[in-house]
Ligand binder design. Structure first.
Ligand code: SF4
Length: 417
């Protein structure tokens, strides 16, 4: 282990085990965690293990009637969470945003949409590997998360029969090793940080043996779902530190959806990750009942940037089966984001409002009286890259196809077939 790693390990171990003196180890800790009272709360919680639940029976705050009513939803779209995340819910608030993120709701039984709205199945090139944009490979290395978000666009992965995510990475590594146009790999799933640290280390080390892969991204909601996964595992921080270096950084792509998820524990997990030498950026869908409010988006993006996490994407909710109730029309979403930007710092409003369409990442740029203006930020067809286009306004449009039968739409229809 290098000297730098030893130092980091010592600091992390001290931070986790000392009863006193966090401020001596990292002065930002006390500031970030908001003072001694909160620091002590964290220490108390750390002594207890985070417990995971897969049954609505494990949630005493739900009445028996509610559990009976929601059981059919959970049979189709499984429930999973843990006691840390559930403790963030204010059960007296029927519209609590955290509850909306993780507790099933009856509206999910609306069967509109498909299970694979971005047609990801057409992107597979090897077991677990999607290759849609030339420099980027997406590797699904896990089919489990710290909790299951009700609005997840990959909820198909959680069905026992699905084999899209792969624990065997050999075929995927071989493909990526043979394609030197791939300079960055996004590890996703599922949540890669649910894997054991040893497995994650093997994965990171394998990619570090491929010289043309310069950047690794780890897509994770674990800092929100269970920050103790990070706080309590100095070995994870050592592994990240060893594999993130000035020439080839690791990016942690977090998914905070609401400012209430930025608890002292989560902020501390963020700080430990930053100390390990990784860079952090956040992506979140715009979700009805969770963050569909300019003040909430503004607070979320401002607080992320205060903690040094770059707001990266605000995603249009994909038309996934069971997700209609979480979708916000594009025009409304655009208005909310623009309104929220009025109280964001320049750094907080770096995020782009985009739609992950089959044909590419389409940024929603603006509206005038008659038209909506869009641009390809990424494109499956290199000819489309950077292409700016407009379509007549449709107030309730949720997705590109809803914008009508323009030439663009015919173009997409051809790509689908
Ligand atoms: S963490 Fe991501 S992959 Fe997992 S359920 Fe939530 S949205 Fe889906």
């Amino acid at each position: 282990m290098s000297r730098e790693c030893e130092d980091l390990a010592t600091r992390v171990n001290l931070l986790l085990t000392l009863g006193e003196g966090c401020s001596a180890i990292n002065s930002s800790e006390v500031r970030l965690t908001g003072g001694r009272g909160e620091v002590e709360d964290i220490r108390t919680a750390e002594r207890d293990r985070v417990r995971y639940f897969k049954s609505l029976e494990d949630i005493p705050e739900l009445s028996e009637d509610e559990r009976d009513e929601l059981e059919p939803v959970a049979r189709i779209y499984p429930f999973r969470s843990n006691d840390y995340y559930l403790s963030l819910i204010d059960w007296d608030d029927p519209n609590d945003p955290i509850k909306r993120i993780v507790i099933p709701c009856l509206d999910e039984l609306d069967n509109g949409g498909t299970l694979d709205p971005s047609n990801e199945k057409s992107n597979y090139v090897a077991k677990g590997v999607q290759h849609k944009y030339s420099p980027t490979a997406l590797f699904l290395v896990s089919k489990v998360c710290g909790g299951i978000c009700r609005f997840c666009f990959r909820k198909r992965l959680f069905a026992a029969s699905r084999k899209e995510a792969s624990l065997d990475i050999s075929e995927g590594l071989e493909y990526i090793g043979q394609h030197d146009e791939i300079d960055n790999v996004l590890l996703s799933g599922g949540d890669p940080l649910i894997l054991s640290t040893k497995r994650l280390e093997r994965i990171l080390a394998s990619f570090r043996r491929i010289p043309h892969v310069k950047m690794l991204r780890i897509g994770t909601k674990m800092p929100a779902h269970n920050p103790y996964r990070i706080i309590r595992d100095p070995m994870l921080l050592r592994v990240l530190s060893e594999h993130s270096n000035p020439q080839r950084r690791i990016y942690i792509m977090t998914q905070f959806n609401h400012p209430r998820e930025l608890t002292p524990q989560a902020v501390r997990a963020i700080a430990l990750l930053q100390d390990s030498g990784v860079l952090l950026a956040n992506q979140t869908p715009l979700i009805r009942g969770v963050n569909d409010d300019p003040d909430v988006i503004s607070e979320l993006f401002n607080r992320l940037s205060h903690s040094g996490v770059t707001p990266y994407y605000l995603f249009q909710c994909r038309p996934t089966r069971g997700n209609r109730c979480f979708s916000v029309p594009m025009e409304e979403g655009y208005g909310m984001f623009e309104e929220g930007k009025k109280t964001m710092s320049g750094l907080a409003k770096r995020a782009r409002y985009v739609m992950s369409h089959t044909s590419g990442k389409v940024e929603i740029l603006g509206l005038d009286e008659d038209s909506i203006y869009l641009k390809y930020h990424q494109a499956r067809d290199p000819e489309d890259m950077g292409r700016f286009f407009s379509a007549p306004r449709v107030e309730d449009a949720l997705w590109l196809e809803d914008l009508g039968a323009s030439d663009e739409m015919h173009h997409f229809a051809e790509m689908e077939s």
